[in-house]
Design a protein around this ligand. Sequence first.
Ligand code: G6P
Ligand code: ZN
Length: 562
Amino acid sequence: MPDFNVKTVPTTPFAGQKPGTSGLRKKVKVFQQPNYTENFVQATFSTVLDESNTQDIVMVVGGDGRYFMRETVQTIVRIGAANGVKKFIIGQGGIFSTPAASNVIRTRKATGGILLTASHNPGGPENDFGIKYNVSNGGPAPESVTNAIYKATTEITEYKEIQFGEIDLDTVGIRKYGETEVEIIDSAADYVSMLETIFDFDLIKAFLSKNPDFKILFDALNGVTGPYGKKIFTEKLGLPETSTIQCVPLVDFGGEHPDPNLTYAHKLVDSVNKMGVDLGAASDGDGDRNMIISKDWFVTPSDSVAVIAEYAAQAIPYFKKTGVKGLARSMPTSGAIDRVAKKLNVEMFEVPTGWKFFGNLMDAGRLSICGEESFGTGSDHIREKDGLWAIVAWLNIIAYVDLKLNLPCSIRAIMNRFYLKYGRNYFTRYDYEEIESSHAEAMYSHLESLIVSPDFVGRKFGNNAFTVSCADNFSYVDPVDSSVSKNQGLRIVFSDSSRIIFRLSGTGSSGATFRVYIEKYESNEDSLMLEAQDALKPLVDVALEISQITKFTGRTEPTVIT
Ligand code: G6P
Ligand code: ZN
């Protein structure tokens, strides 16, 4: 028998429940400890109640389908209801991609949302889980809120719950449990309708019927975007079943790493080459990242956002209406989009790594399109990056180039024209994952002191090919609320505007991940279409020399190159 009385359960704090860049992310086993998840969920609701000026809390809940998600949705409803939440809006089966959740929070004017995901990290009983709180604009909670949640986790003495028994997560509809309303909605419908209002689906369909041999392949990497992708590519655009792969969400992502990059999306990369695919694309576990590739080109994310910005106001109905208000990128992302901003004569912002930094600019009406080198691309249609949005944006642009501009529309041709117009910002990133933390810290402090040493500016590297013109530890002042974020990555700029950036990842779950970002600008027409790794080799060698990574960590090769 369900019992609708509020029960108070005594508990004690767990150390380390501090949300990182994207919420609290730990191994499933950590979340499964008795009271661990309950404590964090109670701390979240206590904070929401403190911060909110209404008693009518409406909370969106959903996640990427990974192991431990369904149990956690039940926990959230039990604890939320006991804390007086008026209504839950939950994706069917507990499923929402991160961008879909952001959209629902905004359109339903919810107080906020709890997203259950560890993004692109592997899932399953031995892997990762995560809980992330998003606020009413649909974006990740600002640090003031996550710090308050953390503080609450350190002081917790009890949590409240109502033991309803199992809530039905699978039947669409509105039901009442005691005083609390639970609405289960179709996970994909609202999101797909939103994309239909943003992009020119008719133009895309006209393009596809004119070019029946144009091959598209979408890989959901067994993550949450499978059903969304099927709806868009198969149902709406009428593409054959064979144009989508790995589209059934699995609790462990089929044992794979659901991260769309050249290393982890190897199935897509192989198929694109074998099948001669014209537009290959993948999204990550929770659907906010994307990768764009074709049989003869890999679009680096820094270029992808620049190209979308270049065509947006002509090709994409949403931006035809709103105009392009401003553009932005994270600091390590290449400067390709800066060149587009200059041409369009719009504001350009350089923010620290982390999507949350774009939200304020969007809310202030100063930013339309932005992206990060970490395979994140998006716009002010929501407050998260959006994998499928970027993929459909590319399709919309390809259709526009073919049907409206009558120009060659292969991805390679589009990139070539872009480089001829702006020059090319060659870019690559080397990742060294799961380094022992003490080794990574020693290396990082060595770099921190090296780049501020008095003789560093002016020093020459790579047989005198590169002269340091400035170096700093990136710090950001938010132009909207003047908040300051310090220590956001070590930046070395050379006199030819090449850059090397060193940063420690904020999203790993064990050890430290050291990232090296390398960028070199090229405007010589004969050198625009080289392999990035060849063009960047001399600068990569300089980065390895400066960081002394092998000496500090013993690593001779990166784990991933993007
Ligand atoms: C998440 C965030 C992004 C960020 C990325 C890389 O995906 O949402 O905004 O760029 O992590 O973070 P990291 O700290 O691992 O480099
Ligand atoms: Zn993600």
